[in-house]
Design a protein around this ligand. Structure first.
Ligand SMILES: C[S@@+](CC[C@H](N)C(=O)[O-])C[C@H]1O[C@@H](n2cnc3c(N)ncnc32)[C@H](O)[C@@H]1O
Length: 159
């Protein structure tokens, strides 16, 4: 199973970069993780709703250009489907059983995902009704993917 994450912008905080690097390293035992960053757009303070939509659209076009053709596309959306960690692991395992060998997760930028990206999703996945900053979301996603592979392999992990 190959895992890609398409996301917007670079990680600015060192502690987030360190956490992502750590989970990427741990995941190396189970899967190849490929993180693809697209350039983010500066959002001026007090930007109008229509400027924000233009920014989302520009970032969305960059995301769409990077989506792998062979992958199942999973967008991270607050209003998406909720899974327990065990259900998430079972979903990943089921992909393998159905012959899907590549999953691509997509995290929006600070303004969220443009509808053109959401339309491409095979699954919209929610990590709760709360809004997380996109940099932290990347860390949480990496941890949950790592946790899923541990569950699939019946290996012990923190409860
Ligand atoms: C700061 S949030 C964007 C907030 C924006 N108002 C929205 O509603 O999408 C940045 C990105 O992180 C991801 N994200 C944040 N919280 C999430 C959650 N609870 N579940 C799933 N994805 C989330 C989404 O991909 C989102 O586009």
């Amino acid at each position: 199973m190959k895992i890609s994450i398409v996301c917007v912008g670079k990680i600015k905080e060192k502690f987030f970069r360190d956490a992502i690097e750590e989970y990427s390293k741990r995941l190396g035992r189970y899967t190849k993780l490929n993180i693809i960053e697209v350039t983010d757009e500066m959002t001026p303070d007090g930007a109008s709703a229509s400027l924000e939509d233009q920014i989302r659209e520009k970032e969305g076009a960059r995301i769409l250009a990077k989506l792998p053709q062979d992958a199942l596309i999973v967008t991270l959306e607050i209003a998406g489907k909720n899974f327990s960690s065990e259900e998430f692991a079972a979903w990943i395992e089921d992909c393998t059983v159905r012959g899907k060998s590549h999953i691509c997760f997509v995290i929006g930028g600070s303004l969220g995902l443009h509808p053109s990206v959401c339309k491409r999703a095979d699954l919209a996945l929610s990590f709760s009704k709360m809004t997380f900053p996109h940099q932290l979301m990347r860390v949480i996603l990496c941890e949950q993917i790592y946790r899923a592979f541990r569950i699939i392999q019946h290996e012990p992990y923190h409860k």
